[in-house]
Ligand binder design. Structure first.
Ligand SMILES: Nc1nc2c(c(=O)[nH]1)N[C@H]1C(S)=C(S)[C@@H](COP(=O)(O)O)O[C@H]1N2
Ligand SMILES: [Mo]
Length: 318
């Protein structure tokens, strides 16, 4: 396992790589003044309600060196079918989505179960910034400075028992607020799942922020999963339920098109989608003529996660 770095009280210029720091300064000029200033000033949690700023420490050991995409790229090109199937729909349609109050039900094969206010769940968990690659199954990709915490830090507090072999996640069902749920493009609510060892892997995150600020609604506020070595559809948004289960849970896309999307969905350049190649990807923000880049096995996280799948035929379990 990689070394953790989590140094409280680090200097503003240490919080993120230089170029991110400068792009935050660019955000300042773009009208995100208060939030960006709070980030570089390392302001504390009390600033959050007023400015949307989150306190965090950079987890450099678990971050990639790739240049992060702009806030604009990450927050205006989205997949979130609850708010429409177009890439620019969620940024517009999710603007007034209510993320507070928010509660999450945690149950199933665990000693501790119940429904909790999100702020109570989050209170004991220190936030980290991690810069991760993100690869959609549609063959576009980006690099994102998420703010969140390892999922396992939350799950462990619920004391899963030995029957807990999988973890199932559910998105909010609220057609009054989510216009896409009034259309049967997918069975609602959106559900996803992980094997317990995948859920407990230190790279698996629950995310509450982006670029040091509260997560934009279109990116899955107030709470979404990020599994950086899997295709983006595993990274379920607006989570209201987490269940420890004995058996492999149903997942939305593998149920909707089982020949195209599997339960595992590990990024794999050697296994093409039936309708397109997965060998290369288009990095967002590169413009029309940017060359495609090679897709990496496990999205580049193979050294950390390949051992989870030892002995499995990854063509069969795709
Ligand atoms: N509830 C829900 N979660 C979802 C989706 C969705 O439509 N609904 N889309 C998935 C897909 S296909 C991708 S690629 C990512 C996109 O995340 P982003 O918009 O933050 O880039 O969210 C995933 N999580
Ligand atoms: Mo996706």
């Amino acid at each position: 396992m990689r070394k953790r770095t989590s140094t409280p009280g680090i200097r503003p210029s240490d919080i993120t790589p230089e170029r991110v720091f400068h792009s935050r300064r660019a955000l300042l000029g773009a009208g995100f003044g208060l939030a960006a200033a709070g980030v570089v000033g390392g302001r504390a949690a009390s600033a959050a309600p007023a400015t949307g700023v989150l306190p965090f420490t950079l987890d450099r050991a678990d971050s990639v060196a790739d240049r992060p995409n702009s806030f604009e790229d990450i927050s205006t090109y989205n997949n979130y079918y609850e708010f429409g199937t177009g890439k620019s729909d969620p940024a517009r349609e999710a603007q007034h989505f209510r993320t507070s109050p928010w509660s999450v039900t945690i149950g199933g094969e665990a000693e501790v179960r119940g429904t909790f206010h999100l702020e109570d769940l989050l209170r004991p968990l220190p936030l980290q910034e991690r810069i991760y690659r993100f690869r959609c199954v549609e063959a576009w990709s980006m690099v994102v400075p998420w703010v969140g915490f390892p999922l396992r830090d939350l799950l462990q507090r619920f004391k899963p028992n030995s029957n807990a072999k999988f973890v199932a996640f559910k998105t909010l069902y609220d057609p009054a607020q989510m216009p896409g749920q009034r259309v049967p493009v997918l069975p609602w609510p959106y559900v996803e799942g992980l094997r317990i060892d995948e859920a407990m892997h230190p790279l698996t995150m629950l995310v509450v922020g982006l670029y040091g600020k509260v997560l934009p609604n279109q990116n899955g506020a107030p709470l979404r999963l990020i599994v950086p070595w899997k295709y983006g559809f595993k990274s379920i948004k607006a989570i209201v339920e987490i269940q420890f289960t004995r058996t492999q849970p149903a997942t939305t896309w593998s149920g909707a098109a089982p020949n195209e999307y599997g339960f595992y969905a590990n990024v794999n350049p050697a296994v093409d989608h039936p309708r397109w190649s997965q060998a290369t990807e288009r990095r967002l923000g590169g413009g029309l003529f940017a060359p495609r880049i090679p897709t990496l096995p496990f999205n580049g996280y193979g050294a950390e996660v390949a051992s989870l799948y030892r002995g499995m035929d990854l063509r069969r379990y795709f």
